[in-house]
Design a protein around this ligand. Structure first.
Ligand SMILES: [Zn+2]
Ligand SMILES: [Zn+2]
Length: 287
């Protein structure tokens, strides 16, 4: 977990082995990019680096999260890149199709894409070694978070003591020597009230190796009640729920534009010690 110290570095952050790029300013634009997985979460105003990501996950239809979608699809078409795969809440799929149809009508381009609507709890196998699952979030409009799982082949316990050649022989004889082990790697909340934390169906969100979580408000300038009125999470709630997070790392995002980087860092430094060293902030675009 170290902020970029030289301009040569291509990404802003590296957390748990994942380079992370993008920016997230509440109400302005949110796009969080995992370039090694070719994934972007929300598209914001479509930052340049989002265009090379093949998979896009849209959390909800607020403009600061979805505004750049037609630009993302169009620019990939312009550069002759393969049509993107875009995950969205099922409940807004028709609207997004209409939106793209209007753009097609205007610019007479194909705007090719693979649009996949998901409901909370629904899974999609992206690759042999990666699946994604949508999870319920609590915002004022239909919304979803996403969990990315890794599927790894692990040698079955009973064969752990065998030599390489014995394992090879077993495999050749047709014995199934591995189990598929699935682990939550990344969870992205989009905008949500803190209720997602205590939703028993969301246990894997709190176990994901890296949790990217909104924390729109961070200090006394806004209360927890204010945050809830706007459908958002307050850092004080994250502090109250500190013991629930089993994540190796937590990246906070979607801070209100009212804050400076120093406000955010000061607030994070006051988090309970159980979270210290695990929490960082996406402050790109803040002063
Ligand atoms: Zn937002
Ligand atoms: Zn929103």
């Amino acid at each position: 977990m170290s902020p970029s110290s030289s301009k040569k570095k291509k990404t802003i952050l590296e957390i748990e082995g994942y380079p992370i790029d993008g920016l997230s300013i509440g109400g302005h634009e949110t796009c969080v990019i995992f370039p090694s997985l070719k994934m972007a979460f929300d598209i914001g105003r479509c930052p340049q680096k989002a265009i090379s990501q093949d998979f896009l996950f849209i959390s909800h239809g607020h403009m600061d999260h979805i505004g750049g979608l037609p630009m993302y699809v169009a620019t990939r078409g312009l550069y002759k890149m393969k049509p993107p795969t875009i995950f969205i809440p099922n409940s807004i799929k028709d609207s997004v199709e209409k939106l793209l149809a209007v753009h097609r009508e205007m610019d007479q381009s194909e705007l090719k894409n693979n649009l996949i609507g998901l409901d909370a709890g629904e899974e999609f196998h992206l690759r042999k070694d990666i699946k994604v699952k949508a999870f319920k979030t609590y915002h004022g409009v239909p919304s979803l978070g996403y969990i990315v799982y890794s599927n790894k082949q692990k040698l079955k316990l009973e064969y752990l003591g065998l030599s390489g050649s014995e394992i090879k022989a077993l495999k050749l004889s047709g014995v199934e020597i591995t189990n598929t082990v699935t682990a939550p790697e990344i969870a992205f909340t989009g905008d949500t009230m803190s209720d997602f934390i205590v939703d028993p169906n969301n246990a894997d969100v709190l176990k994901a190796r890296v949790l990217v979580m909104e924390s729109t408000f961070v200090d006394n300038a806004m209360s927890i009640e204010d945050a809830r009125d706007y459908g958002h999470t307050h850092l004080f709630e994250i502090a109250n729920y500190a013991a629930k997070f089993e994540n190796k790392a937590i990246l906070l995002m979607h801070f209100s534009a009212r804050y400076k980087i120093s406000d955010v860092q000061a607030a994070i430094s006051k988090l309970p010690s159980i979270l210290s060293g695990r929490v960082s902030a996406l402050t790109q675009g803040f002063l």
